[in-house]
Design a protein around this ligand. Structure first.
Ligand SMILES: O=C(O)CCC(=O)C(=O)O
Ligand SMILES: [Fe+2]
Length: 333
């Protein structure tokens, strides 16, 4: 089992796709995490996104809470979500803002003034992330040798189209972990241990580390900050699609000594197949025939969930500790 998160250079994909596909495949079948370098997201776009995020979080709570989360869109305050509901006593020690797709300047949700003003920049950043995701998804279809007549290298890309109405569950999340407060919070963990709910996630960490990955299913290793790299990980959807061949690995954010003095900002970009996509094994001879028991869904859950049903189940669990009102506001589709 890998103990280090590999770095994959995705430059010149049209000519180097075989090698890139193999590198990414190896990461997905072992540790479930990898960094990509020479990707499609310009540094200035990343900087713009972080700067908008900070501008928003600097506003008073009352102003942010006007945009309180509905259907997993909008602002979630400190302790508002529990990513490890089985063990966490309190919710996550973080603030989050979840965006649904912004397409051609149109947002699907009301945006606070900072984001309304910056929405073109956010969309540009998001589309750049999407370009990297499309490379990763194509590489995975190549590595899995999906037959041409089944869709070949476009298999995953077809159900991940940024502009399609059915992919309304793409989510961009701006996160802030405010400095200090470990003594008051009394838990080592700031974001509970969890696996992601979508197909792949792109993660940007700015300046302050804190993310840990359960590399060997028992030991936690740090996911260090690597300049100009994006961290990519496999979500639960791929475990379903590959009968567990791809690993959707647990990760969490922990308090580090520097968190006492410094706010930590991160940005996660969650890709999600079109809502009606069935999470059944994909057409690949590399996928094992037998289906493992998936711990993330309750026992007795039907065998073949759609992507949207799976997402709902996972969201329900993370908001279950909230009031009935908040809970239903966040899981009803
Ligand atoms: O903030 C981070 O570094 C990780 C966040 C995360 O794992 C998530 O939101 O799913
Ligand atoms: Fe995550």
């Amino acid at each position: 089992m890998a103990h280090e998160i590999p770095i994959v250079d995705i430059s010149d994909f049209p000519n180097r796709y075989e090698a890139i596909a193999q590198d990414i495949f190896r990461a997905c079948t072992t540790i479930g995490f990898f960094y990509v370098v020479n990707h499609t997201v310009p540094q200035e776009q990343i900087a713009e996104a972080f700067s908008l995020s900070k501008e928003f979080y600097d506003r008073p709570y009352e102003e942010k809470d006007i945009y309180g989360s509905q259907r997993n869109r909008g602002y979630v305050g400190l302790y508002g979500q529990k990513l490890d509901p089985k063990t966490q006593k309190r919710g996550d020690h973080k603030e989050a803002f979840n965006f649904g797709p912004i397409r051609h300047g149109e947002s699907c949700q009301p945006l606070p003034p900072v984001f309304e003003k910056g929405k073109e920049k956010i969309e540009t950043f998001w589309r750049s992330c999407d370009s990297t995701a499309q490379i990763v998804l194509e590489a995975l279809a190549i590595a899995l040798k999906i037959p041409e007549e089944e869709g070949g290298r476009d298999w995953f890309k077809r159900c991940h189209r940024y502009d399609a109405e059915e992919t309304k569950d793409f989510t961009l999340r701006f996160l802030k972990y405010p400095r200090g407060a470990q003594a008051e919070h009394k838990e080592k963990v700031r974001t509970g241990a969890h696996t992601d709910f979508g197909s792949i996630t792109l993660l940007f960490q700015k300046g302050v580390p804190g993310l840990e990955v359960q590399a060997s299913r028992t030991d936690w290793i740090a996911a260090p900050l690597i300049e100009n790299a994006i961290l990519v990980n496999v979500g639960g959807v791929f475990e379903f699609w590959t009968n567990g061949l791809f690993k959707s690995t647990m990760h969490r954010v922990v308090f580090k000594p520097e968190h006492q003095e410094m706010d930590r900002y991160s940005i996660a970009c969650f890709f999600q197949p079109a809502g009606n996509t069935l999470l059944r094994p994909i057409p690949s001879t590399l996928v094992p025939k037998s289906r493992p028991q998936f711990d993330e869904v309750p026992e007795g859950t039907k065998d073949e969930l759609t992507a949207m049903e799976y997402l709902q189940l996972r969201l329900e669990a993370t908001y279950a500790h909230m009031s009935a009102e908040t809970r239903s506001a966040n899981v009803v589709y």
